[in-house]
Design a protein around this ligand. Sequence first.
Ligand code: AMP
Length: 206
Amino acid sequence: MTKRIICLFGPQGSGKGTQAKILTAQLHIPHISTGDLFRAAIASRAELGKQVEGILNKGELVSDELTFNLLKERISQNDCKAGFILDGYPRTLTQAQLLDDFMNVDVVIVLEISDAESLKRLTNRRQDSITGAIYNLYTVPKPPKEIERRLIQRADDTAEAIEKRLKKYHQQTEPLFLYYKNKVIRVNGEQSIERVAGDIERALVL
Ligand code: AMP
């Protein structure tokens, strides 16, 4: 089997995590989110977690070097041999170049949503503190009553941090579409989860 490296891009709340999970099930390659790797380091009180906690909470970016080293360690593991889906990496040109020197990206999928939609989705995003399942308070399905009590909000899902993260996305991450040129596939992220997944599936077989 040839190695398949897929990058998912899109503003915060565009559904990268949701679509990555669907792709993982279809392609049997792991979903790697640098945000999740950082959050796991924070939760386990690892030294790295202590270094990055303040940065994440403010909606700032972790340094390119630290982020790439963490990613490199993860994608060097056995389960990534046939490929992987990147979510949240690269976010800067330097990060893209560091990755390219190590492994080449095959395809870049951009989930397009407006800033207004991103803000609306993220301020209403909640997570089940036990299972990690993601809910949105303004869409269906609504979380069951017994789960509602234990829903938490991500520390960086405040209006202030979201605006900062969106600005960084436009300034630092969007220029990467030019870098990846003909590897880029744009998908309308403001459709239902199923329709977005269908568009991605069709684009990947082309
Ligand atoms: P995410 O879950 O992708 O929204 O990432 C949450 C936070 O983790 C970001 O706001 C950054 O602070 C940090 N982070 C995740 N990925 C990267 C990256 N590729 N470069 C720098 N910081 C990152």
